[in-house]
Design a protein around this ligand. Structure first.
Ligand SMILES: Nc1nc2c(c(=O)[nH]1)N[C@H]1C(S)=C(S)[C@@H](COP(=O)(O)O)O[C@H]1N2
Ligand SMILES: [Mo]
Length: 349
């Protein structure tokens, strides 16, 4: 069904279940090659029988093969996917969880059928409020009961053509590999990655909100001072892809460059700050190439003899909703959504 994925180029943070960040080469390109795209899995790779069942509060329960899904239509979307735990190691005190630094992000093209078309085949009943998506993967989560990875969306969001939620079978033009959810996965453009259920096996229309582990216990902001909130849209973030941490630069013009993205609309500005001094300076920002796709930015930095020494470069992005990256992360118990401006140390010699 699918060949064993090539994991050799990834920045592995855990062997089993396999979790790994995107190496810098995968962030410098417009699209992240599949072999360089980060992987986040809560459980070991599952078996999947190749079919998708749709049930619950629907008029016509269905079991669809890949061929039957393809017959419902095919669309290709480019999507920037970021793990909600990206940047967790920047939080103090350090929350428990996978120690993602800043590269649990990638951009790929995904081909599949819009979720809405599949739901319309089954005919959700008027009593449905949410749609739950079950992955074939399961395990004894944190030593507890044997549970599957399940996430839900509101029926309204699942059926809205504007959200672009996709049931994908291909990534970057190839069938999904095992690490990225073969044979089928969901994509929820603009949201952190937890909604993008891999190894999708079952879709169920529910008449009450879903309350499982990965909906109400994991992937929630547990704030120290206010009620918890679900993790949803990606916060704005600018990533510096060149130079890299501790790089030694020579005097001359050095181009600081990177990517920036947000689930709150296109990025409208990226700014750079050197050594914390003076005002943030505008970077040159490429226009968006589509919805929910990262944008390139660059900043020419002139280095003279006086600049010989150590410098601190920061970058921050602002999105169309007006949200700007903070200087300090907003601490929450499980360590999600750290989009504090990146701080990079470099040397001029
Ligand atoms: N079935 C299943 N789907 C899942 C997960 C999982 O553990 N099991 N992890 C989620 C999380 S937290 C992220 S960030 C994305 C990562 O997708 P990728 O591994 O293709 O990059 O998958 C999501 N879908
Ligand atoms: Mo994630």
């Amino acid at each position: 069904m699918s060949t064993a994925p090539d994991r050799s180029n990834l920045l592995m943070i855990k062997g089993a279940p396999f979790n790994a960040e995107t190496p810098i080469e995968g962030l410098r390109q417009e699209l992240t090659p599949t072999v360089l795209h980060y992987v986040r899995s809560n459980f070991d790779l599952p078996d999947h029988d190749g079919t998708l069942t749709i049930g619950g509060a629907v008029e016509r329960p269905l079991t669809l093969s890949l061929a039957e899904l393809r017959a419902l239509g095919e669309e290709t979307l480019t999507v920037t996917l970021e793990c909600a735990g990206n940047g967790r190691v920047g939080l103090m005190p350090l929350p428990t969880g996978e120690p993602w630094t800043g590269q649990a992000v990638g951009t790929a093209t995904w081909t599949g059928v819009p979720l809405r078309r599949v739901l319309e085949e089954a005919g959700p009943r008027a009593s449905g409020v949410e749609v739950a998506f079950t992955g074939a993967d399961h395990g004894h989560y944190k030593g507890g009961a044997d549970i599957h990875f399940v996430r839900s969306l509101s029926v309204a969001r699942a059926l809205d053509p504007a959200t672009g939620v996709l049931i994908a079978w291909a990534m970057n033009g190839e069938p999904l590999n095992a690490d990225h959810g073969a044979p089928l996965r969901l994509l929820v453009p603009g949201w952190y990655g937890m909604g993008a259920v891999k190894w999708l096996a079952r879709i169920e229309v529910l008449e009450a909100p879903y309350q499982g582990q990965f909906q109400t216990k994991s992937y929630v902001f547990e704030w120290p001072d206010r009620a918890w909130e679900p993790v949803t849209a990606m916060r704005p973030r600018a990533l510096i892809t060149a130079p890299v941490e501790d790089e030694t630069l020579s005097p001359g013009i050095v181009t600081v460059r990177g990517k920036a993205w947000s689930g709150g609309g296109p990025i409208t500005a990226v700014e750079v700050s050197i050594d914390g001094a003076g005002e943030w300076q505008p970077a040159t920002l490429a226009p968006p190439t589509g919805e929910n796709i990262w944008q390139e930015w660059s900043f020419d930095w002139t280095l003279g003899q006086q600049e010989i020494g150590r410098h601190v470069v920061r970058a921050r992005a602002t999105d169309a909703a007006g949200a700007t990256q903070p200087d300090m992360p907003e601490w929450n118990r499980l360590g999600y959504g750290n989009n504090a401006a990146q701080v990079l140390v470099v040397y001029v010699r």
